[in-house]
Design a protein around this ligand. Sequence first.
Ligand code: AMP
Length: 420
Amino acid sequence: MSTFKAPKGTYDLLPPDSATYLAVREAIAAPLRNSGYGYVETPGFENVELFSRGVGESTDIVTKEMYAFTTRGGDQLALRPEGTASVLRAALEANLHKAGNLPVKLWYSGSYYRYERPQKGRYRHFSQVGAEAIGAEDPALDAELIILADQAYRSLGLREFRILLNSLGDKECRPVYRAALQDFLRGLDLDEETRRRIDINPLRVLDDKRDDVQKQLVGAPMLRDYLCDACKAYHEQVRELITAEGVAYEDDPKLVRGLDYYTRTTFEFVHDGLGAQSAVGGGGRYDGLSEMIGGPALPSVGWALGVDRTVLALEAEGVTLDLPSATSVFAVPLGDEARRVLFAKVTELRKAGIAADFSYGGKGLKGAMKNANRSGARFTVVAGERDLAEGVVQLKDMESGEQEAVAVEAIVGELKARLG
Ligand code: AMP
């Protein structure tokens, strides 16, 4: 062990588990790639103001959890705590929205950073795959994203997740509701910090996890009852569209989520096997965000799914992904001549697209076969001086244990044929 450990709240991804993470990322991305979303990658840090304006001055993410710092050059930057603000910033900066092809549909995958209290499922460095559809107000787009997330989870074999759905209204109806909620909340017995929240972001009080707060919230005005006709009709269409596709959801009138930019449709994916950190993903519509960061009006919708928690959800359901073995052929040379010959064969196999590995370090047969076993390779090719003198190598099928001599010139063809 070295003197150093991974920083608090972080962990390393190492083989063999790292293969599951890669597969989860790919499984989430696949439905997006298949639905017109193009890949976007943005820097790991941005001007801090992008997040304070975009995510919201009153959110925990910005006030408590952001890794903000001043550079040697005096720039105020922050490690990205989420993806949406950066992706929208990038799209606006490149004028993608002016190319006359709205919505701009983008997907991303990367690391995010929040200074949170670490616990199972909650880390300071975590990984998300996300999707944003920028510049269109259409309930079918909201429905598309919910359906694609559902498809991603299902393709991984997850079953015990639920979709919670709500509408947060728009700039017409939300202020009216907000005022009514503030009136109600001011009559409650709440601590100072929560009282402050009533002024800045009253909807977040509904999200309070404490029992004594939740008890007092019984009878609070519900946004549902304040939605304007346009928002109601919009929400009804989203619900009809996802229902028609057989995607089950639950109405959750209290779902507000931790970011300020959401309007209308909001949703969260929760997994019942995860305990306290049950949200595996979430998203919604953010019609006002573009203007909040200095852009034109661009109604948009998106989601981000957490890779770490999706992996935990797989574990909780006892799902093991059917991942192909990383290595198909393992070569074991015994002696210098065999080293030369088999090294060339391994290179040839790799060029032909067959995953092959080689026993390095001049190991003897026993040690080398141990490595071959560990590699998970279906076939091992062993060659010693006597084999080569006869112009053959020994091909061993690691599943059946059968071994036979194959001519040196024929071995690559034979392996290609056997591996189909
Ligand atoms: P949010 O941006 O907070 O809606 O988060 C979206 C998803 O990212 C969540 O549902 C989680 O799966 C994941 N996530 C957010 N914060 C963390 C964290 N601190 N550790 C692990 N995963 C996280």
